[in-house]
Design a protein around this ligand. Structure first.
Ligand code: ADP
Ligand code: ZN
Length: 703
């Protein structure tokens, strides 16, 4: 069984290895048992039911509330040669009949249904199907405690009970402990096993920029985008008005941008979304209404223009970046005004206490001076042992200093002003500014007036917020955000307690620039070729009317651009290329690569030399593959080439004699054509491409 699922993974999807838990979940499902799969967005949930669906001799039902996603998912399956279709309110009666017929005739391996359709047909034609597995996606929708409750989901239990012997799989990316139990109960999963994968998305960098004024913020964002020409991204804003403003600013700067919010009509919203998915619009400025129904794998950045309401939402939103696993960036902008505004919303709404608590946690995260990923994951119950190295704090650790005197200056300022004013007034007094308010209130006569001129406004602001975070000051949101001194604050003021502060971080563009340069030098992709391959992909996507990322995702294109495959076998060795896609698109992409190679010969030699260098350092092929982030098949092909050239490579070590003999028989039988696929198939898919490759080299060399 294990062999079979592996073969499917390689042949259909073109992937080398399962991700953690996938294999265990797949085996359990094939053995007829229920599972509950909790993985982050982009974690690879779909594979967990798709592979069993291919193994089973019957149909797999997939229930999902996200109608807009179904079409894309089915297209992606079809592109890999899998027989799939969907059934929801978006299709005509004629199309409905076609789907029903093919399902009844046993022509489908997977059928996607919306919950309401499932309920309405569960007692009619659905009964005639040979159902072997039911997957319930977005399973949290069954829980009334969640944020996304769908009443139709509660009727799924009846469906479950009508198929007692069929394995059910519930899948979701969000469910805390109490919701998990609720979901299992509501769906009637009696003997299910819970699988939770890590929620750490290592490829997402995390950055927070606090207290940036609007004008600067817009400039920074425009510069950021400028340096990432042709990359896709989402910018989340608090209000509809904001989305339109920001979009129009960026458009004026010549970027490919559209806005999206719930106030637009359905048609406009749909076309905006489609253009984004198809890479016709690069950047969407949206309220959080955007994203739920989006599976786009090559979103390279997510920017929050305002503070999100809670960490759950924030994590889900940044999670829309980098689903293909490539490095992607996230930036959160926030200022106190967002926080105050939300606090007021919360005051007027339901669940006030809980909402405020969540908002406070959000702010603490934004203001934290320790590894952000650690804080974020610990909020979701996962504890990282080490700092992540991929967040702004890790990259630029704050330096702390003895700040008691500085703190005393601020605290005594607050006392002398009678604890009635907010942060801005305090800083203006400390810096000795000359505005009218200060004179009306006669603050210029205070002893603290002007004692902090040497520190900039923004640095003062950062310090005062640190004082609030350390519990020395309280910000009274109910009293126009007036600052009050706490009992600990008084201890500092009386000199009974010392304080350490950290130097404010600067969110300057220089840092950004360095980062881009650093990232660029890390990858060994040929950017020109990558761009050319993207163009081919875009043309095919237009011809076939499907999103570009479904043809090949960015990660796969990048591998093509660094590995330069020009034969079927080399092409198949690229992660993300299955047999179906190779046959359909291989030639078109390889032609571009061939042309590229004509004009720049030396590179290929370099990649082989790099493998040789590591080989000479005594690294095993597996280790070399890991280190170079290439497939083992590619490394074997490098070693074969080196061996043929007479280099000191002990190829015999990596393939058994029996295997070589088997390959020799097949090779001779197939007229000694050097093509791996026919041999692979001739040998019942039992010998890997890498081993076949090695065997042929040895056979030819030793004749
Ligand atoms: P989810 O449904 O959990 O959000 P998906 O199932 O859409 O995630 O998977 C995200 C991406 O990861 C897809 O592009 C998918 O093809 C890819 N993927 C899944 N499993 C593997 C694997 N074992 N190896 C490589 N890529 C994988
Ligand atoms: Zn970190």
């Amino acid at each position: 069984m294990i062999k079979q699922t592996h073969t499917l993974l390689k042949n259909i999807y073109g992937y080398e290895n399962f991700r953690p838990l996938q294999e265990e979940i797949i085996d359990r499902t094939i053995n007829g048992k229920d599972s509950f799969v909790l993985m982050p967005t982009g974690g690879g949930k779909s594979m967990c039911f798709q592979i069993p669906a291919l193994v089973f001799d019957g149909i797999t039902i997939v229930v999902s509330p996200l109608i807009s996603l179904m079409k894309d998912q089915v297209q992606a399956l079809k592109a890999n040669g899998i027989k799939a279709d969907f059934f929801n309110s978006s299709i005509s009666t004629q199309e409905e009949n076609k789907v029903i017929n093919s399902a009844i005739n046993g022509e489908l391996q997977l059928l996607y249904l919306s919950p309401e359709k499932l309920i309405s047909v569960s007692n009619t034609w659905l009964k005639q199907l040979n159902i072997k597995l039911v997957a319930i996606d977005e399973a949290h929708c069954v829980s009334m405690w969640g944020h996304d409750f769908r009443p139709e989901y509660t009727q799924l239990k009846v469906f479950r009970n009508s198929l007692p012997l069929v394995p059910f799989m519930a899948l979701t990316a969000t469910a805390d402990k109490s919701a998990r139990k609720d979901i299992e109960e509501q769906l009637g999963l009696t003997n299910s096993k819970l699988f939770i994968s890590s929620f750490d998305r290592k490829n997402l960098s995390i950055e927070v920029r606090g207290q940036v004024q609007k004008k600067k913020k817009l400039q920074e964002i425009a510069n950021f985008i400028e340096r990432r020409k042709n990359e896709s991204g989402i910018i989340y804003c608090l209000s509809r008005k904001n989305t339109e403003e920001v979009a129009s600013y960026l458009k004026q700067n010549g970027h490919s941008v559209a806005f999206y919010h719930a106030g637009m009509n359905t048609e406009d919203r749909e076309s905006t979304q489609t253009d984004f998915i198809n890479d016709d619009t690069k950047i969407i400025v949206a309220t959080i209404a955007f994203g739920m129904g989006i599976d786009k794998s090559n979103v390279r950045f997510v920017i929050h223009y305002n503070l999100p309401k809670n960490l759950e939402g924030y994590y889900q939103e940044i999670g829309r970046a980098g689903r293909d696993g490539l490095p992607s960036e996230t930036i959160l902008y926030y200022n106190m005004r967002d926080f105050v505004l939300y606090s007021q919303f919360a005051d007027n709404g339901a669940n006030t206490v809980m909402q405020k608590e969540k908002l406070n946690r959000m702010l603490q995260f934004a203001e934290a001076k320790s590894c952000r990923r650690k804080i974020l994951l610990s909020y979701f119950g996962e504890h990282l042992k080490e700092d992540c190295g991929n967040c702004d704090v890790c990259e630029n650790p704050p330096k702390s200093f003895e700040g008691s005197i500085l703190t005393q200056k601020a605290l005594s300022g607050i006392v002398r002003m009678g604890e009635k004013d907010g942060i801005t007034m305090l800083i203006n007094v400390l810096r000795g500014s000359n505005n009218a308010d200060i004179h009306t209130k006669q603050y210029s006569t205070l002893k603290t007036y002007g004692i902090g001129r040497d520190i900039s406004f923004f640095d003062w602001r950062d310090y005062v917020i640190q004082m609030a975070n350390q519990g020395l000051i309280e910000i009274m949101y109910s009293e126009n955000s007036a600052l009050k001194i706490t009992s600990i604050g008084w201890e500092v003021l009386k000199g009974e307690k010392t304080v350490r502060l950290t130097t404010p971080l600067t969110s300057d563009d220089k840092k950004q620039q360095q980062k881009v340069v650093k990232n660029a030098s890390k990858s060994n992709t040929n950017t020109d070729l990558f761009t050319a391959l993207k163009k081919v992909r875009y043309a095919i996507s237009k011809e076939e009317k499907m999103p570009a990322y479904i043809i090949f995702n960015d990660k796969t294109l990048k591998l093509m651009a660094s590995e330069l495959p020009v034969t079927e076998n080399e092409f198949l060795a690229i992660s993300g290329v299955g047999i179906n896609k190779m046959e359909k698109y291989g030639e078109e992409f390889m032609n571009v690569i061939r042309q590229f190679k004509e004009t720049s010969k030396p590179r290929k030699i370099n990649t082989i030399q790099e493998t040789f260098k590591l080989y000479k350092e005594n690294l095993s092929p597996v280790k070399i593959a890991e280190k170079r982030n290439l497939s083992i098949t590619t490394i074997y092909s490098h070693l074969s080439q080196l061996y043929s050239e007479g280099k000191a490579v002990k190829l015999e070590k990596y393939v058994r004699k029996e295997t070589i003999d088997k390959v020799r028989v097949a090779f001779n039988k197939l007229n000694r054509k050097i093509e791996l696929k026919p041999i692979y198939e001739h040998l019942n898919e039992e010998i890997s491409y890498g081993e076949i490759r090695l065997s042929i080299t040895l056979i030819l060399k030793n004749e």
